[in-house]
Design a protein around this ligand. Structure first.
Ligand SMILES: NC(=O)c1ccc[n+]([C@@H]2O[C@H](COP(=O)([O-])OP(=O)(O)OC[C@H]3O[C@@H](n4cnc5c(N)ncnc54)[C@H](OP(=O)(O)O)[C@@H]3O)[C@@H](O)[C@H]2O)c1
Length: 296
């Protein structure tokens, strides 16, 4: 499939990178942005990709597209509703490229009848200025097996992005959530980078947060390896000294933090299954109070 129309809603670290790759694959790209810029430039593998695409700030300026790549932070999803309304028709595929486990719940109420493809993003990158993205590691999207996933593979053919089709998408999403409930929140709360996980007290807290998440996953029918929390904490502790979490960077920059879609999801889904999640509840309370203060 060549020359599809692809709109990117939320042109940050993830949207910028995958939008640039879709452009490289030969498609017509529309960049739907909140903070505007002249041109998207993505630094990746030693080169600067200058993307030729229309940059639009007003949903009334766009038409229906074949694909929408939705890559806002989870808490900004609702604010993207006017874009989705303008861009989506019955054949538009909306690819939700966000963290968490509630992709469908978040987006389904905002589109009429367009098919939604949830994606787990295995990628590391950052925005260095509006419209300027630096890619660090990985370039993968994990999506459920099936026709939509196969079409996404075709969409990105000829680019650096790699689409992996998974038989068990829920397992993929929950495993990533296990990491995120500690890897994002603890650096944000302590304002320290990943070496904080070398502290035994913090390692124990991280394992506790992750174990609550594996308990809730099990109640949802997703069985994760019992050793996952310990292994993940050991891996985080071994990362280079200068690595931090995106939630830490958001806190340092005074931006909203994505904790409701991560620790908040563990608490919400835990409650629905009567699984206690006191540690994740404490994290949500602390990050909520910090966020409220930042808004004042
Ligand atoms: N960055 C990573 O390495 C990474 C890795 C794996 C997963 N993820 C996940 O991927 C998702 C996206 O993260 P990200 O790091 O790419 O976030 P990001 O860099 O903060 O980018 C989000 C973009 O969405 C824009 N936006 C927000 N609301 C909007 C709206 N209503 N209309 C148009 N644009 C809007 C923001 O605009 P402003 O510039 O105005 O804020 C920003 O450019 C998150 O769920 C994150 O957890 C990220």
């Amino acid at each position: 499939v060549t020359d599809s129309s692809v709109a990117v809603v939320g042109v940050g670290a993830v949207g910028g990178y995958f939008g640039a790759q879709a452009w490289r694959a030969g498609h017509r790209i529309t960049l739907c942005v909140r903070t505007t810029f002249d041109r998207l430039v993505v630094e990746s593998r030693g080169e600067a990709i200058e993307v030729e695409a229309e940059v639009v700030t007003d949903p009334s300026q766009v038409q229906m597209h074949q694909w929408v790549l939705l890559a806002t932070k989870a808490h900004d999803t609702k604010s993207a509703a006017p874009w989705l309304k303008a861009l989506c028709g019955p054949d538009t595929v909306v690819v939700v490229m966000q963290n968490g486990v509630e992709h469908l719940e978040r987006v389904a109420p905002l589109v009429d009848n367009s098919p939604i493809l949830p994606a787990i993003v295995r990628y590391g990158g950052e925005v260095t200025a509006p419209g300027r993205v630096r890619h660090h590691t990985y370039h993968h999207l994990f999506v459920p097996e099936g026709e939509l996933g196969e079409r996404l593979v075709e969409l990105f053919e000829g680019s650096d992005a790699e689409i992996r089709l998974t038989k068990d998408f829920d397992k993929e999403a929950w495993s990533k959530l296990v990491t995120n409930v500690a890897a994002n929140a603890i650096p944000a709360l302590t304002m320290r980078r990943f070496p904080v996980f070398r502290d035994e007290r913090i390692a124990a807290l991280a394992v506790g947060l992750m174990r609550e998440c594996t308990d809730v996953a099990r109640a949802r029918g997703v069985e994760l390896p019992a050793s996952l929390p310990e292994n993940e904490v050991a891996r985080l502790a071994d990362l280079p000294d200068d690595v931090g979490s995106s939630m830490l960077y958001d806190r340092l920059a005074g931006r909203p933090m994505e904790f409701e879609a991560l620790n908040g999801a563990v608490v919400r889904i835990g409650q629905a299954h009567q699984i206690p999640t006191p540690l994740n509840g404490a994290v949500v309370a602390l990050l909520g109070a910090i966020s409220d203060k930042a808004k004042q």
